[in-house]
Each structure stands twice: as C-alpha cells, then as structure tokens.
Design a protein around this ligand. Structure first.
Ligand code: SF4
Length: 461
C-alpha cells in the first residue's frame, strides 16, 4: 500500500498537519477525557442503584451506564470503521495514561512474552466473558473493576516498559485487536511513500525521529490497523500524509495479504461466534434449553448447591435486592452457549473458507487473506449488537428511535454484501478465471447470508 503522495487531497493532508501542530492541545484534551472517564467510573459507586423512576437524565448511575455502553462502546466501533483509530491516538484516556506513565517510568525493554500475537484475542475474550458473568452493562461495581483494572494495568505496564510508548495498547489492550481489525475498512489512513522518504531525507528540516507511541516501524507501515492516527508523523520526510483510500484496498491489496492465524481467530470464532452469543444470551432460547438440561442433570444427581450457591458480585452477578442473581448453573449454561456458538461459527465459516481457498488455488497455510473479507460483516455484527444496548437503554427511558431496527438490519445486510464482493476481489489475486472467482464468492455467500439473516432476526425478534 505504498504509492506516491502527490495526489493526496490537500484538505485531508492538512488535517494530519493540524494534528501534528496541536499535540499540546491534544494532550489537554486527553487529560479532560481522563477526568470524565474517572468521574463516570467513580461517581456511580457512591450512589444507590437506580429505581424504575430514575432516568439517564436525572440519575448519574443511569447516565454513566448509557455513556459507557450506549454511546462510548458502539460509536467508537463505528467511528473506527469510518475514520480509523483517531479515538486511540487522540481521546483514549487509557492510552494517554499509559503513555504518560511510560514517559516518566523505568523504560525497560519489552519482554518477549508480551509480544505474543495471541494476547489481543485472549484479552478480548476474557474481558467479554467476565463482563457478562458480572453484568458489567447493568451495574457500576463490575464496570469500575473491569475498566478501572484495565486502566491500572495499562499504567503499570507503561511505568515499566518503553519510553513514552504505548506498550499496553500495542500488545495487551483488550480492544486493540478489534479496533485494528475494524480500522482496516476505514477510508482514511496515514499513507507512507518510501520513494519520497529518501528524497525527504535531504529536504525535510525535521530530522528528529518521530515518537510513534504504538511502536510502528513507520517507514514500512502497511495499512492502518496498528496506527493510532495521532498525527505526529504527518509530513515526516515528505513521505507520510493523511489520505483517503478505497475502503477495500487494505483488505484486498494491503495488510490483508499478510493476515495471520490470530487475525482469523478474532474474526471468525470470536467476532462472528462468541460476540453474538455474549450480546444476546439472555434472550436466547438455546440458553434456556441448556440451562434446563443442566438443572435436570443436577436434580438427577441430587446436587442442589449449583442451583442455589451465590458467589460474590466480582465473580458472578449477585444483586438479590434487584432480583438479579446468577447461579453456577446459569454461568455454566452461559459458558456452554458461548462454546456452542464459537464451534458453530468456526464450522459454518471455516469449511466454506477452506473450500473457496481450494478452488482459488490459494497456496500455503489456511486462507487467512480470504477470512479478511469477513471484516465488514464482523464489524457490522459487533456495532449492531452493541447498538441493541443503546436502543434498549433508551427504550427503558421511554425514548424510541424510529426505524432503528430497520437501520441495523440494513446495515448488517449491506456489510454482508460487501463481504461477498471482497471474497470475489481477493480471488482476483489468486485466480484469473471468472467462473472460479464467482464460485468462491457463492460458496462464501452461503454462510455470510445465513449468518446475517439469523443475526438480523435475533435483534428484530
Ligand atoms: S504511524 Fe505512529 S506516529 Fe504516525 S499517526 Fe500512526 S500512531 Fe501516530
């Protein structure tokens, strides 16, 4: 994805330069975000849980809930897909705190274990599951524990490793892998042109190296997945510019070609398997069936304790006054549901992916490049699922957004169509035969269409 920068539209490139020139303002903005974030986490802890007469506009607990789960989480995903990871580089309080700690910290070398490429998947899965087990969307204590704990870990990692770097964001942040994946479809990115780089060596007055906090080797940067869009490298050596791009280009011709197994794991079993189940488990008929089956097994075995044992709120949801307690059986049924959903997504998409790769004669390892075509679908699934929280929170306060379900349905189906087109376009790189590429696209269209219809049905029901 490297080409000359001469054609870069001046307006967008200027936006990158504005970011570069206003780093001090960005720093102030980040501290303001830290203050807002701390208030949203801490204030609800001091207040009673809301009752049915409390609304998001007259109750701080409800307001914080809505701010975190109704606005912050879904709309950062949407913004990342539309404009890239500006949130990470400009507004994220956790990244800012980690970098600040690193600036004043021990500056140790990054240990090898931290560079394991499976961490983004492991940390995302574990925080998602733990969040659901403790009902993070409903109660302030698990939200403070999980989000606050993540921020604390980000500060500790920053204070120990790297100098003015975001080691946490690059290797361990639970949502970094998801943001990186979703940002591949963003039409904005910082483009590097190595051929201009050497000329810039002689022309550009800025000889001082850029501090790229997420540790990207800027000169050879591929795509925008790891870039936090902070703007610090804008115009560097005349070779880096904020530019528009075709939203499919990174997946088809850029970093998608270098996709790894962990990226495929994040897209297929996690975003298309675990996430839908984790977001809709309480409404799931399958969950109720599994739960009933577990209850019957316990009764058959005269095991009563799994049906009644209550664990502390930081292990399983435990709010008896709210009539909201998760027993061991509920938790077991939830975990089985997740496992079933993960297995179903792996089989449902894995077999067609392998078949499509075979007819396209994609050589070597599993067709990770082809799996990248599922990114639009996975991003739309995540956004529309999270939007359920926004819609349900607003509905519980009497605010109904007209056509929101139709909008979500249309969004998912459009993304599904785009994923099929991407399969066809990726196929072009491997097989020039039109019939072969159409066959590969049709094979992949089967699970993509089935999944989309099932997912749209889940939130329309
Ligand atoms: S490559 Fe690094 S320095 Fe440049 S915009 Fe991205 S995060 Fe910032």
């Amino acid at each position: 994805m490297t080409s000359s920068l001469h054609g870069a539209p001046a307006l967008v490139a200027r936006l990158g330069d504005i970011l570069l020139r206003h780093q001090a303002t960005i720093r102030h903005l980040q501290w303001a975000m830290v203050a807002i974030y701390a208030a949203l986490l801490a204030v609800p802890l001091l207040l009673a849980l809301p009752t049915h007469t409390d609304y998001l506009w007259n109750n701080a607990v409800r307001f914080a809930q809505f701010a975190f789960w109704g606005v912050w989480w879904p709309f950062i995903i949407l913004a990342t897909a539309l404009i890239g990871r500006f949130w990470c580089g400009i507004l994220c309080p956790e990244g800012a705190l980690s970098e600040f700690a690193s600036q004043h910290g021990a500056g140790r070398a990054i240990p090898g274990w931290m560079k394991w490429s499976g961490w983004p998947v492991v940390s995302f899965v574990s925080t998602t599951v733990y969040g659901q087990l403790t009902s993070i969307y409903q109660y302030p204590k698990p939200a403070a524990l999980l989000l606050g704990g993540s921020t604390f870990a980000a500060i500790v990692i920053g204070a120990r490793y790297g100098k003015a770097k975001r080691v946490w964001c690059r290797f361990l942040c639970p949502v970094s892998g998801v943001f990186g994946t979703v940002s591949k479809i963003a039409p904005l990115h910082f483009r590097v042109a190595p051929e201009s780089w050497s000329a810039g060596d002689r022309q550009d007055g800025r000889s001082k190296a850029v501090n790229c906090a997420p540790l990207i080797p800027i000169k050879t940067m591929q795509g925008a997945a790891a870039c936090h869009m902070c703007g610090r490298c804008s115009g560097y050596r005349g070779a880096i510019r904020l530019c528009w791009r075709n939203p499919a280009s990174d997946i088809v011709h850029g970093s998608g070609r270098l996709a790894t197994m962990w990226e495929t794991v994040l897209i297929v079993p996690v975003l298309l398997g675990l996430v839908p189940a984790a977001l809709h488990w309480s409404d799931s008929g399958l969950f109720q069936m599994i739960r009933l089956w577990l209850v019957e097994r316990c009764l058959d075995l005269h095991l009563i304790w799994p049906l009644s044992l209550r664990l502390p709120w930081w292990i399983l949801t435990d709010y008896p006054l709210e009539n909201d307690v998760m027993t061991s059986v509920d938790a077991g049924a939830f975990l089985i549901l997740l496992a079933v959903s993960v297995a179903a997504a792996t089989i449902m998409f894995g077999i067609p992916l392998a078949a499509s790769a075979r007819i396209l004669r994609m050589k070597g390892h599993f067709p990770h490049h082809l799996a990248q075509a599922l990114i639009p679908l996975a991003a739309a699934c995540l956004f529309s699922g999270l939007l359920s929280l926004t819609v349900s929170q607003l509905r519980s306060d009497g605010i109904v957004i007209p056509y929101s379900d139709l909008f979500r349905g249309g969004f998912v189906l459009s993304a599904a169509a785009w994923s099929v087109v991407l399969v066809f376009r990726i196929g072009t790189l491997y097989d020039l035969g039109l019939a072969t590429r159409i066959s590969a696209a049709i094979i992949m269209a089967v699970p993509i269409t089935s999944f989309s219809i099932a997912w749209v049905g889940a939130f329309l029901s």
